[in-house]
Design a protein. Structure first.
Length: 119
């Protein structure tokens, strides 16, 4: 059994910062690419940022220069530092990871953490 659990969401004013965490647990053999996605009310889920196991990041244009993804492979944990937050960043943020478990590699999702940017 593999689980991804996000934390760190909340209410923040425009221009503020938040740091999200995603912890993977279970009988994990290895974790390949990890990423953050978000879904705003009435919109489809979209990619925010991803990072390979080797540390190569990739960002959506809308968050470049404001968000920073990182991971601690030893702890099976990923982070998203979000700065200069805007109201349009309001969404449920989901953690995603491609994990090798029981001889198979498949994507896993967390249940999400809500980020609300509002004054």
């Amino acid at each position: 059994q593999v689980q991804l659990v996000e934390s760190g969401g909340g209410l923040v004013q425009p221009g503020g910062s938040l740091r999200l965490s995603c912890a993977a647990s279970g009988s994990i053999v290895s974790i390949n690419i990890m990423g953050w996605y978000r879904q705003a009310p009435g919109k489809e889920r979209e990619l925010v940022a991803t990072m390979t196991s080797g540390g190569m990041p990739n960002y959506a244009d809308s968050v470049k220069g404001r968000f920073a993804i990182s991971r601690d492979n030893a702890k099976n944990t990923m982070y998203l530092q979000m700065n200069s937050l805007k109201p349009e960043d309001t969404a449920v943020y989901y953690c995603n990871a491609w994990i090798e478990y029981n001889k198979y590699v498949r994507p896993y999702w967390g249940k999400g953490t809500l980020v609300t940017v509002s004054s």
